[in-house]
Design a protein around this ligand. Structure first.
Ligand SMILES: Cc1ncc(COP(=O)(O)O)c(C=O)c1O
Ligand SMILES: [Zn+2]
Length: 426
């Protein structure tokens, strides 16, 4: 069987436990609608388009959700996971805080601004959400290895979740990745593989291994449809934490584009299920100029995305050939949002701005998102009178080097009052 065949052949569901995937009923092609049975596949056998989970949702109430645990499993009825998902060892990510960011709002001139702070997840990024859903699928597929190509945060999340679940993990990263992100993987796994190349090279290698090796679940390759659903929980939480209503505007970082498309999908599902009122909202994508293929296509007014070679300090967003880029374009255009990009200096300034206004230390991805938020205001693309949410997807302790020069050195003094006064700080 060729590598492509092995990724697209339908498998039978017989070997799976009844209800193993909750209310999911199959995999549907995003391009042509062709459906196949649930299995470790991501590409349509008819047109090679991306596969997405299709559901037959039951009626569900706000009260049922609110009675659930303070993690993503409160939304388990809307995810491809079994009803007893809480019983399997997992990282219990999610239900992170949604902070009203009045200081950042004032600094930027936005009337009502919230930060969804996903840096407080177990491995300090939103990736714990997607990995928890991928792990559930990998378990049901009896995978023997839990793996990923990663720009850093995903590797951390896979390695930790695999350790807790007792499944072998192998994580692949670009060799030039920030040291803290490497250590944050190596602490959980013996099998950290640093590849001489950029993320797109690492991703190609992972697809090849997935085709050659039996029983490997690459979370964002052959179990990608299951993995991607985890990002919907960000959208569900934001709506629930706003008091079961959608924001008017939301700013989301874009690497592969998966997260942005899934937050939109979550909002649409909540509307269809009658859990929130149907109303317009605008979705904005954030990229760093050194890796901005989606922003470039958006600004050029074209539908095709031309892959780029990344060159930016926002390494977690450095995907030059984004799998879901075209869907990001569609969503941002259809909702009246935009895709914008900023320089590395603006990324650093974004990190410092969020820290000094809200006491949140974000990584370069968050610096990108906050910096883009600022640029959207300055360029008149964002309506400052509308309720706006910005997502912080990762933690600044993983990208210290990005800002260590910027925040200045400590004032080193002798232990005397006179020496302190001499600093001029008082
Ligand atoms: C911190 C952080 N934010 C955002 C993203 C973007 O995710 P996506 O690939 O879903 O666009 C990533 C991806 O690696 C990330 O690590
Ligand atoms: Zn298709």
């Amino acid at each position: 069987m060729s590598a492509v065949d092995s990724l697209t052949q339908p498998t039978s569901v017989e070997t799976h436990r009844e209800g193993a995937f909750g209310h999911a009923i199959g995999l549907a092609c995003r391009e042509c609608g062709h459906e196949i049975a649930l299995g470790p596949h991501y590409a349509c056998p008819e047109c090679f388009g991306p596969l997405e989970i299709a559901y037959d949702f039951p009626a569900i109430t706000r009260e049922q959700i609110e009675a659930g645990p303070a993690n993503i499993w409160r939304y388990k009825a809307l995810l491809p996971v079994p009803a007893d998902i809480e019983q399997s060892p997992n990282m219990e990510p999610g239900y992170t805080r949604l902070l009203k960011a009045n200081n950042l709002g004032a600094a930027l001139g936005i009337d009502n601004l919230w930060v969804k702070d996903d840096s407080t997840n177990p491995t300090n990024s939103f990736k714990d959400r997607v990995v928890a859903c991928a792990l559930s699928a990998a378990t049901e597929f009896h995978s023997k290895v839990f793996a990923c190509p990663s720009t850093g945060n995903l590797a951390n999340a896979v390695a930790a979740a695999g350790a807790r679940a007792g499944i072998k993990t192998v994580v692949f990263i670009p060799a030039n990745l920030e040291q803290p992100k490497q250590v944050n993987s190596a602490i959980y796994t013996d099998s950290l593989v640093a590849v001489n190349g950029n993320y797109d090279d690492v991703n190609r290698l992972a697809s090849e291994i997935a085709g050659e090796e039996d029983g490997w679940a690459f979370v964002n390759v052959n179990v990608r449809p299951f993995y991607a659903e985890g990002s919907k929980t960000l959208g569900y939480e934001i709506a629930e934490q706003l008091g079961w209503r959608l924001p008017d505007q939301i700013v989301i970082p874009v690497a592969s584009g998966s997260q942005l498309t899934k937050v939109h999908k979550a909002f649409q599902e909540l509307i269809k299920l009658g859990l929130v009122e149907d109303k317009p909202y605008r979705v904005f994508g954030a990229q760093a100029t050194g890796c901005s293929p989606v922003s470039v296509a958006y600004k050029a007014g074209v539908d095709a995305i031309r892959p780029v070679k990344p060159d930016t300090i926002a390494k977690s967003l450095a995907i030059g050939n984004p799998a879901d880029g075209i869907y990001v374009l569609d969503i941002c255009r259809e909702t009246g949002g935009a895709v914008e990009d900023i320089t590395d200096d603006e990324v650093r300034a974004g990190i410092v701005l969020l820290a000094r206004t809200e006491g949140i230390f974000t990584e370069t991805a968050g610096g990108t998102t906050v910096g883009v938020l600022k640029k959207l205001v300055e360029t008149g693309q964002l309506d400052t009178t509308l309720d706006t949410v910005v997502i912080n997807t990762g933690h600044g302790l993983k990208t210290l080097d990005a800002v260590s020069d910027r925040v200045g050195a400590a004032a080193v003094i002798e232990p005397s009052y006179a020496a302190f006064v001499a600093t001029g700080i008082a």
